[in-house]
Design a protein around this ligand. Structure first.
Ligand SMILES: [Zn+2]
Length: 486
């Protein structure tokens, strides 16, 4: 804020010599948001000065400067962006095989005598060995997770805090249950541990793509990591590590028998919202069943089973389709009326939203028109230079064109909405072809059904399962109730 140009400008402004300040963007006014904020919100208005930041769409005369304080903060972040330099020094350390993380990987501790070097933590390393042993025997992270919980083995986060790392946040389980939460290992903690080559004596870095302001984003594939081997004493031998990697890969197949399940992507738990996962249950013969993912992973305390068998589900869906189809054939008017009523409510809401958007845009168009007038006036009174006038005028006119185009597009979609009444009729015709459907294949299912939601209520030890079938072409939920006492 002590740039001489700006100081002179502010002095002139204070003496009433200026009534308009234009900068290319907000950051030109100052790099400190408290100072820019003070200028925009206090100094300029107090001295009757209009301030315009061309690229940030800020004009103190217009009613849009409630976003200005936020832009100010962004500018400040930008000018503090020294992270790139810091980050490149990490790269250098990574290539030398130095461990640069703030917390040593579970099972290791930082060497107090040698920066970037790891030593085995004799207390936690046996836990790591047990986890790898279970995985090498073919058990997945969920099995291992339950095993650790049963054996009351605290999580790495707990160990870290136990060792005096006070900044490690409580896990979500510790927040819910301070007593037992420390034994609740997250699936991802175990999975990350099992794929970490650090346990074979290597140091791997740069596992994530890095961006300032967002922190680390999306994980890189293991083959893109920087891995330097032989940096410290291994906890796991290479052969075991490789076996575990193979086992983990083979577990990622879509299903036990290598095929995708019929209802994949369609079926959800009504209580926790997660997908129901498909697996084979073995009673007398393999039976495909669906169960809540949350229940599978975390057990009773977190959701209930929501167990439905695939044959039962098929039967219910087929029945419902046939029922709708027959209703569509026989009772033409009634079905059409029910459909229309359901759609109309949704349609009305959408139409109102569109109309609202149009009204807002028309208001803005109006304001832009006034801005053009004001610009001419400012130019005529020589409050603004020819150059700035041209820039501002071009910018205003460009926005006028954009807003107008948006209004036209919204008006068109509002028109399209009228189509729905017609679609109701079409859907009725489509569904009525399925009156005698016998087999449910994936194509038909996906054509007709948008989602299947399974609800479960437990009353006096009895499981009550409700299955909601949401059809694709219409937002009409159809509910079929079935009760089972198992
Ligand atoms: Zn659930």
């Amino acid at each position: 804020m002590d740039r001489p140009g700006l100081q002179k400008l502010l002095a002139d402004a204070g003496r009433g010599l200026i009534n308009l300040v234009i900068t290319k963007d907000l950051s030109r006014l100052g790099r400190n948001y408290l100072e820019t904020g003070r200028l925009i919100e206090d100094f300029f208005p107090r001295n009757g000065i209009r301030y315009i930041a061309l690229n940030d769409n800020i004009d103190t005369m217009m009613d849009n400067n409630e976003i200005a304080p936020f832009k100010n903060i962004l500018n400040e972040l930008y000018s503090r962006d020294i992270s790139k330099k810091v980050h490149s020094s990490y790269l250098v350390s990574a290539r030398k095989g130095m461990f640069t993380g703030t917390v040593a990987p579970f099972g290791y501790r930082k060497d107090p005598d040698q920066h970037g070097h790891l030593l085995i933590d004799e207390e936690t390393a046996p836990i790591v060995r047990d986890i790898f042993q279970l995985a090498a025997e073919g058990h997945g992270p969920n099995f291992i997770r339950r095993r650790l919980e049963d054996a009351k083995v605290p999580t790495p986060a707990w160990w870290g805090r136990h060792r005096g790392l006070r900044n490690l946040p409580l896990t979500r389980w510790e927040k819910i249950d301070p007593e037992n939460g420390k034994y609740m290992w997250d699936f991802s903690v175990i999975k990350d541990l099992l794929i970490n080559p650090v346990y074979t004596g290597a140091v791997s870095s740069q596992k994530r793509n890095y961006r300032f302001k967002i922190g680390t984003i999306n994980d890189k594939k293991p083959e893109d990591w920087i891995v330097v081997e032989g940096c410290h004493e291994p906890i796991i031998d290479k052969a075991t590590f490789e076996i575990v990697q193979e086992k983990l890969k083979s577990r990622q197949r879509p299903q036990d028998n290598g095929e995708f399940s019929l209802f994949a992507g369609l079926i959800k738990c009504g209580e926790c919202g997660k997908a129901l996962t498909h697996r084979l249950a073995y009673a007398h013969e393999p039976l495909p069943v669906y169960c809540c993912k949350t229940y599978n992973a975390f057990g009773k305390g977190h959701c209930t089973q929501h167990r439905v068998t695939e044959p039962m589900l098929k039967e219910i869906v087929l029945n419902k389709i046939r029922e709708c189809a027959r209703a569509a054939q026989v009772d033409d008017d009634d079905v059409a009326k029910r459909l229309r009523e359901t759609c109309e409510t949704e349609q009305r809401q959408r139409q109102e939203a569109l109309a609202h958007a149009i009204a807002k845009d028309e208001e803005r168009l109006d304001a832009l028109g006034k801005m053009v007038m004001q610009l001419y006036e400012d130019r005529m009174l020589k409050h603004i230079t020819e150059e700035n006038f041209t820039i501002l005028m071009a910018k205003t006119q460009q926005e006028q064109a954009e807003v107008q185009a948006r209004i036209d597009a919204t008006k068109k979609s509002l028109n399209d909405e009228a189509q729905i009444a017609y679609d109701t009729q079409q859907w009725k015709e489509a569904i009525s072809q399925y009156a005698d459907i016998q087999e449910l294949d994936a194509a038909t299912l996906n054509r007709l059904v948008k989602a299947i939601v399974v609800h479960e209520k437990i009353d006096d030890g009895e499981r009550h399962i409700t299955i909601e079938i949401h059809f694709n072409l219409q937002p009409m939920p159809e509910i079929q109730r079935l009760e089972s006492a198992s």
